[in-house]
Design a protein around this ligand. Structure first.
Ligand code: FAD
Length: 417
């Protein structure tokens, strides 16, 4: 992408429309808050399609789903921060030449625009309108699923990814009979290599959930799921967790470049192909110099960190700061705390730490002797130390890495170049 001229003046943020952020999820809210924290004094408007006070999503498959927490609204005083929050406002179009957004309530002008529309869950074809079929992305989805957890005798979860595993965990905790149906031959096939996920299939069985891998859904009808191999599963409720796609359909024809995965293809400063328009969070991919590839990260930490970069660049009025994080996420499933940092694509060596049949173990991925990713199950120190080692690029001693008794930080061979 060529260098672009920003329209922002920088510093004070003076301008007719100020900064308008589309999407009031974590990335949108954090962008608005970070702008204030970093000294932007001009107008900041946050437009969100959902009617609810902005909220956090991870609790939706955990405490909120189980009724242990009522909601997960962010603790942010928008009024005190001078942030104009417009909820129930879906943005349907962008007229870049006029610096206008289209909404059901009329056009909204902007001087600088931040796209933070997140992702939307993929649906299972043919299931729209079938009673008892659910997704799990929004607070409303979680509210609909709570009574299911309380009453449905048999639940079928389609997809053994992060959401499927967390929902299955909650459903077993609530005493439901759970069958998880996965089209791939193993769990988390889209996220992690087989060597890392192999121990995880057992977690389902230990929790009393039935896991069917290599099982394709042929049809979902009220009360049952029919598999392609002819098997029939009783299902008082069906929860579909087969992935999510950037919520960027509304940008078609606007001049904002998107990739084949639907993500807004931001540059290293999280700028889009249009001047003065940034993109952050689940809706945006960015080029990672660290990993030499473009990354689309659908995890919480990315929606927390990216906004600080966007705000810094808006306040500076140009490309002040590049975004090149070590991606991080966690998942709570089947009584385990699973954490991952880095990006294992391109790694040449995989080293296990500890017994994968036990309660705590890790997997480390190295490239040319340096740690590039770590998966930690019940070993938060490995994660914390590994994350720092990935950041510094220090070379590691494979024998030290393989010994779970040696702290990862003590397994360095030589400092980073
Ligand atoms: P979103 O949270 O999707 O927010 C985008 C907002 O934009 C939405 O409110 C949407 O309604 C709004 N919007 C979309 N289009 C428009 C439009 N045209 N106009 C106006 N508004 C619009 N990550 C982890 O690392 N660990 C976890 O344990 C974990 N658990 C999760 C559990 C669940 C159930 C879910 C769904 C996600 C979980 N995640 C987890 C992922 C994490 O929550 C997301 O990465 C994060 O929410 C992304 O934030 P975002 O602001 O980019 O997108």
């Amino acid at each position: 992408m060529t260098e672009q001229t920003e329209r922002t003046s920088g510093g004070t943020g003076a301008g007719p429309g100020g900064v308008v952020v589309v999407g009031a999820g974590l990335a949108g809210v954090q962008t608005a808050v970070a702008l204030r924290e970093q000294g932007w004094t001009g107008p900041v408007t946050l437009l969100g399609a959902e009617p609810h006070q902005p909220y956090d999503r991870p609790p939706l498959s955990k405490a909120v789903l189980l009724g242990k927490a009522e909601d997960s609204a962010f603790d942010v005083d928008f009024e005190a921060l001078g942030i104009t929050l417009r909820l129930g406002t879906e943005v349907t179009g962008l007229r870049a030449a006029e610096h206008l957004l289209d909404t059901g309530a009329g056009p909204v002008p902007y001087e600088v625009l931040v796209l933070a529309t997140g992702a939307e869950p993929l649906t299972l074809p043919g299931t729209e309108g079938v009673p008892g079929v659910h997704l799990l992305r929004t607070l409303d989805d979680a509210a609909r699923l709570r009574p299911v957890l309380a009453t449905a005798p048999a639940v079928v979860v389609v997809g053994a990814g992060w959401i499927g595993a967390e929902f299955a965990t909650a459903a077993r905790e609530a005493g439901r009979a759970v069958t998880v149906v996965e089209a791939a031959d193993r769990v988390l096939a889209g996220a992690l290599p087989a060597e890392a996920t192999e121990p995880m299939a057992r977690w389902y069985a230990e929790a009393g959930a039935r896991l069917l891998t290599g099982a394709k859904v042929a049809r979902v009808e009220e009360g049952r799921v029919l598999l392609a191999d002819g098997r029939e599963l009783p299902a008082d409720a069906v929860v579909v967790g087969i992935g999510a796609r950037p919520a960027t359909g509304w940008l078609a024809g606007t001049g904002v470049e998107r990739g084949p995965d639907g993500s807004v293809t931001a540059d290293a400063h999280l700028r889009t192909s249009l001047p003065g328009v940034y993109a952050v969070g689940d809706c945006a991919s960015f080029p990672s110099a660290r990993y030499g590839t473009r990354l689309l990260v659908h995890h919480w930490d990315n929606a927390l960190q990216g906004p600080r970069t966007v705000a810094a660049n808006i306040v500076a009025g140009g490309p002040e700061r590049a975004y090149d994080p070590v991606p991080y996420f966690w998942s709570e499933q089947f009584g385990r705390f699973v954490q991952y940092a880095g990006h294992h694509g391109g790694a040449d060596t995989l080293i296990r730490r500890g017994d994968p049949a036990g309660p705590s173990w890790s997997v480390c991925w190295l490239k040319e002797g340096a740690l590039v990713a770590v998966l930690a199950v019940g070993r938060p120190r490995d994660l914390a130390q590994g994350r720092k080692l990935i950041e510094t690029g220090a070379a590691l001693d494979p024998a030290g890495v393989a010994d779970p008794g040696t702290p990862l930080k003590s397994a360095t061979l030589r400092p980073a170049p």
